[in-house]
Design a protein around this ligand. Sequence first.
Ligand SMILES: Nc1ncnc2c1ncn2[C@@H]1O[C@H](COP(=O)(O)OP(=O)(O)O)[C@@H](O)[C@H]1O
Ligand SMILES: [Mg+2]
Length: 316
Amino acid sequence: MFSEWEANIPRLLGEGAFGAVFKWKSPVGYLAIKLLRNYGIPSSQLSVYFKDEWQLLESLGFHENIAQLLYRFTFKPPLSLLKSITDVSLLDNVAPINEHTQQREPRSCSFLGLEYFSEGTLQSYLSKVRQSGQWSVSRLLEICYDIAKGVKFLFDQRIVHRDMKLDNLLVTRSGVVALCDFGLALQLPDQQMIARLSISDAKGGNINHLAPEVRRAKANDNQEVEIPYKFQPSWELGVLFFEISFDSFPFDNIDKLIPPDVRNQAQQHPSGMTFPEEFLDLIQRCLCVDQPSSRPTVKEICSLLESIKTDLSLNH
Ligand SMILES: Nc1ncnc2c1ncn2[C@@H]1O[C@H](COP(=O)(O)OP(=O)(O)O)[C@@H](O)[C@H]1O
Ligand SMILES: [Mg+2]
């Protein structure tokens, strides 16, 4: 199947901390191929992140709001595929330069074959939709509901994503939003959702979407960090809902989190959109800084969004 790569070179979609992603027209339809950076590093030296992305994806099962892993394979990529990669450290990893020939020689690499999302990231989708004049409260609520369902699916399996942001959410042709990039995701041992990580594994991810209690976690004498993740998903949903609603970040100063006045924000919003009061309350409660346990649960967030959506459609 991959001999066809030479004839039909995949197009680079994105490069990031964990590798590079290409769009490829395979014999079975379009796929997003993610080249993982981890090849050649002994398993014992890999951080928890690298090891787990495909294992976690394979164990998840199907959900409409999670980018599906369809294939996983290992082979030597042709140089033509690697030509578009600009990240030199990634290139050095997957195709080091041979000292004698001074040519790059591809090594056998791990690839993930993922469902391809033709509308790209939610970040780029939103800027397009906002400009097109198609933006509406009902579309906003659908997107938030999709994300909440994806997060709930993970939460029910005690999984925290840890890198939630608009760039790690993808949109299908029909407008369904799904979570992707499980490079930092962790499955926790029990319902308490406390992770015990080494200092290096505790770091990483997107600090802007980490709950205050997660960011405050400090290493103990054994150089181990105990991180309480139970209320993180509700917090990150609050941050994302705020960003999607108001096209801005909820906090002026990320080091000193002062909760925003969400209603006030909505009234001042230049779009003139009328946001349902219950939705604004929901965001406000998710962004509770001092008492994580008073944030609504992910389950509650899903059912509230469902009823707000229904009320909205009945009133129109
Ligand atoms: N399944 C996909 N369909 C379409 N584009 C994708 C897909 N997966 C990833 N991308 C694009 O590639 C970028 C990087 O992918 P991601 O999985 O987030 O890798 P990284 O771990 O390097 O951040 C994404 O932000 C998106 O632009
Ligand atoms: Mg990413």
